[in-house]
Design a protein around this ligand. Structure first.
Ligand SMILES: [Zn+2]
Ligand SMILES: [Zn+2]
Length: 324
């Protein structure tokens, strides 16, 4: 589908509007310099374990000592944390001690910018270790919100070339998450379930569907080639998903990322896992979604001023490309 005229579309989950303006795709935009190899020694490479704080967990198929080589995925504290461990404390009105966890999930021992070349099974190992860590943090009410995310490429906020995800917890549920839960409560239904029902009817934005999971380019995509992966049935807490679902989700994510790499090359992107805060009174309204957000459009003045993203690729065209 090609849009002759720009459209404004409203995202049913958050209520935010986006501009779908394919005509703007014709303007020159540099983005391929986003994966510059680092200068100096990479702290995430196998053999350089001493350059990170002591590991919190790791997968070592052949055993071996912590903080030594032989791992396939490794979680370590972030060397430059945004929050610190400690006791939650109110410091004043609108002022809290920023206590929490800030950790790095190193996705592979080799110096690679992406792990799609290692296969879907490896991605499952990465996401399995991250799920375990997030489940353990989320079980403690002091971590009101635990975010798993990935910044890949400088344009997506990455400071290191070596493939990694991050886990960052905060002692307050972020306003954006609050708003989504309250929106579902006031609508009287789950907007993600509603959107999936709608996508099944329209059949123009679905990329793939199997094993109870669906991947689609959302109607009001804010980013070119944006993809959501989520369970077709309502499930609030992604970190509690069973192993068989984790395996299917990893395979689906691997297919989506491989498809995007085929189309875009090495592309800057964020992965954002959004579920529901474990102890929130409205947690039942959450429907977990893994968002794949290619960062090919800048967040510039208009976007900051309005909160309205400008997307240059219609989601219908993005889905068609990925299905192909
Ligand atoms: Zn490295
Ligand atoms: Zn739902």
């Amino acid at each position: 589908m090609n849009l002759d005229r720009p459209e404004m579309r409203q995202d049913p989950v958050e209520g935010r509007w986006v501009l779908i303006s394919p005509g703007r795709a014709n303007r020159p935009m540099p983005h391929d310099s986003a994966f510059l190899a680092d200068e100096g020694t990479c702290p995430f490479c196998q053999g350089n374990e001493a350059l990170t704080p002591p590991e919190l967990s790791a997968v070592r198929p052949s055993g071996g000592l912590a903080n030594s080589p032989g791992w396939t995925v490794r979680i370590v504290p972030n060397r430059y944390p945004a929050v610190m461990p400690g006791q939650p404390a109110v410091l004043g009105p609108g002022q809290l001690q920023a206590v929490g966890a800030h950790e790095v999930v190193v996705e592979c021992p080799g110096h690679l910018p992406t792990v799609t070349g290692l296969g879907a099974g490896h991605l499952e190992t990465v996401l399995g270790l991250a799920r375990e860590r997030v489940a353990s943090l989320s079980a403690d009410p002091a971590h009101a919100w635990v975010q798993l995310f990935k910044n890949a490429g400088a344009a997506a906020g990455a400071s290191l070339y070596h493939a990694h995800m991050q886990i960052l917890s905060v002692p307050e549920v972020p306003q954006r998450i609050e708003n989504m839960l309250h929106r579902a409560e006031s609508l009287g239904h789950c907007p993600v379930c509603e959107q999936i029902r709608w996508e099944h009817e329209k059949k123009i934005r679905i990329v793939s569907e199997k094993d109870g999971l669906i991947a689609f380019c959302p109607f009001a995509s804010g980013f070119p080639h944006e993809v959501w992966i989520c369970p077709a049935n309502h499930q609030p807490h992604w970190e509690l998903m069973p192993d068989n679902l984790l395996e299917s989700m990893s395979r689906l994510l691997w297919e989506v990322l491989s498809g995007l790499e085929k189309r875009l090359g090495l592309f800057p992107h964020n992965l954002v896992m959004q579920g529901a805060p474990r102890f929130h009174p409205l947690a039942r309204h959450g429907h977990w979604v893994l968002r794949v957000l290619p960062r090919l459009n800048g967040i510039a003045g208009f976007e900051w001023g309005t909160g309205m993203l400008i997307n240059t690729v219609a989601p219908e065209a993005a889905a068609e490309g990925l299905r192909g």
